[in-house]
Design a protein around this ligand. Structure first.
Ligand SMILES: *Cc1c(COP(=O)(O)O)cnc(C)c1O
Length: 556
């Protein structure tokens, strides 16, 4: 915990309980020795290997570095706990003197905050949400007492399902000088930005997220607190030293390596949420389906017991939340698979119902996905040449992410890319392997190339101009004439851009001639990516009513 004092650190230090402020964290054997050794006789482990005979890494550096790529924040701002339950408990232990402090939570909300408060002998003060479960900052702030140390907000909220108004949360952050927790367990199901981007502005903000819901890893018990470095360090200093087992860490790393399948399932769950909500809201026995930004619906019935029993007899269990304030006669129904949702609708409507469509995650049409793993990188790419969707790009290189997004936006195609690479070495392998995987994936999606437009594009980008000529005809001729002035653009080395497009053209089997010039390197490269995207968009687009292969040879 030795680091230069910053104002954030001083602000948080003043809020800590005195015993925590003065604690000397337990130092594990592996903390004391950071070097990689050949013989480990420091931790009284059994030396005979069985996969789990060694203690796990106490600070989960690999897992945190992967989460850092996905969440686009430094690993130092992430605390990894044994489920979100662990950071919730630690927040009380850090900031709330037992028997002498209180916390304010919205009502209704997730039950674990008040249980953890009770365990830590912290008084709970409820601040009711308004009609429609909306947040009014003034109501919450008016409940704050002298001994209130923490405010718990949950957005999207459980059990109501709705996002809380962003400006109201900001008003609480601006006006409460204790700790504000924003639990974003369901944020991946919402069309709204996370509060993670605000942790630099508000050191007193702790954002909770979890791998239990959208990421499909409830069984692994991995919860995250994302906050200022100092708070994350203090949490690490007072947790159980080996809080996440080796099996849980390695399994989470494996599953995170190909995050695109989780993205795709989240999209499918969101579509199912809409379908389920509209089917249920048409039923006589349903009084209301509350708007949801999460993976569940809060549904008010005319007779919730009858609905619950009917579902129960059909083998379907849902959550009775009718005792929660404002939730009279309400059941909370998790969005399941399309078939499961059909069963719910059938039981509640009393009619056989099969509205479900086949899985959107199965590739059809001109789509392709690929996963490529080497000693240096793990890259997954997913493309759909015929539908546009907002791109999801995470490579750990911010400028590169931004440029790859241009290919999706300006190409008018769906493009998702995740890359976990050896960025501690440099950007080379990440950029190159993304190019290879992207080229292969585009080639596969193009299939026999019937109906495509084939050629290229140019555009001005402020003072810079970029020309990209492309032929998807199957021959490879790469030319690159893009003089740059500096050694890097953003966090990507200048020489990697030519290398990126060269690798891409080789794996997409295309002629690619790129020429660009200008004064500002950022403009030049952005121009190149946009022109490439436009060229690609034109080249892959099918010309309507012209379903022939665009070559006099009859094949490409
Ligand atoms: C499910 C849920 C969590 C996640 O808890 P884990 O311990 O990480 O599984 C956190 N907060 C809320 C509001 C939840 O509904």
């Amino acid at each position: 915990m030795i680091r230069e004092k910053s104002s954030a650190e001083e602000e948080i230090r003043a809020l800590l309980r005195e015993n925590i402020r003065n604690i000397v964290p337990y130092s594990t054997a592996r903390d004391d020795c950071k070097a990689r050794m050949e013989v480990y006789l420091d931790a009284n482990e059994n030396p005979y290997p069985n996969g789990v005979n060694r203690y796990p890494s106490p600070h989960q550096p690999k897992l945190k570095s992967m989460l850092s790529v996905i969440k686009k924040i430094p690993a130092e701002n992430i605390f990894v706990g044994n489920g979100s339950d662990e950071p919730i408990d630690l927040i009380f232990r850090m900031f709330c003197p037992p028997g002498k402090s209180s916390m304010v939570q919205i009502v209704p909300t997730y039950g674990m905050y008040s249980v953890a408060a009770a365990i830590n002998d912290v008084r709970v003060i409820g601040a009711p949400l308004d009609d429609g479960f909306t947040l009014d900052a003034d109501t919450v702030l008016s409940k704050v007492e002298n001994d209130t140390r923490v405010i718990f907000l949950c957005s999207p909220n459980n059990p109501s399902g709705n996002l809380l108004d962003r400006n109201e949360i900001v008003r609480i952050l601006d006006n409460f000088n204790g700790i504000t927790v924003v639990d974003e367990a369901y944020i991946d199901f919402a069309d709204s930005d996370s509060f993670v981007s605000m942790i630099g502005t508000y050191p007193r903000l702790i954002v909770l997220q979890t791998l239990s819901k959208a990421w499909g890893m409830a069984g692994l018990r991995i919860g995250l607190a994302i906050t200022c470095r100092f708070t994350a360090d203090v949490m690490s200093g007072i947790k159980y030293p080996y809080n996440v087992s080796i099996l849980n860490q390695t399994r989470a790393e494996e599953l995170l390596e190909n995050p695109l399948s989780a993205f795709c399932k989240v999209r499918e769950i969101k579509e199912e949420r809409t379908r389920l909500a509209s089917a249920l809201s048409g039923l006589d026995r349903v009084a209301a389906v509350y708007p949801s930004d999460a993976n569940f619906l809060l549904v008010k019935f005319t007779d919730k017991d009858q609905a619950f029993d009917g579902l129960f007899r059909a083998g379907i269990i849902v959550r009775d939340r009718s005792s929660a304030c404002g939730c009279e006669n309400c059941l909370r129904i998790t969005v399941g698979t399309p078939e499961e949702n059909d069963r719910v609708i059938s039981v509640l409507s009393g009619k056989q119902y099969t509205g479900c469509t086949e899985s959107k995650c199965a590739g059809e049409g001109r789509t392709a996905s690929c996963f490529r793993k080497t000693g240096e990188t793990a890259v997954s790419v997913k493309v759909d040449l015929d539908h546009f969707r907002k791109p999801e790009i995470a490579t750990g290189l911010h400028f590169f992410d931004h440029m790859l997004e241009q290919i999706g936006f300006h190409g008018g195609i769906s493009l998702d890319i995740a890359c976990f690479g050896d960025l501690a070495t440099d950007d080379h392998h990440s950029v190159e392997d993304v190019a290879i995987a992207l080229g292969e994936c585009l080639k596969e999606a193009l299939g026999d190339k019937s109906g495509i437009g084939r050629y290229g594009f140019c555009l001005p980008m402020d003072e810079a101009e970029a020309f990209v000529l492309m032929d998807l005809g199957g021959r490879i001729d790469f030319r690159w004439d893009v003089p740059l002035h500096g050694a890097a653009v953003g966090d990507v080395s200048s020489q990697m851009f030519g290398h990126f497009f060269k690798s891409l053209s080789e794996h997409l089997d295309c002629n690619l001639h790129v020429r660009a010039s200008g004064e500002n390197d950022h403009h030049i490269i952005e121009g190149v990516f946009k022109a490439f995207a436009r060229a690609l968009g034109q080249a892959v687009r099918r010309i309507p009513s012209d379903n022939i292969i665009p070559s006099s040879k009859g094949w490409l």
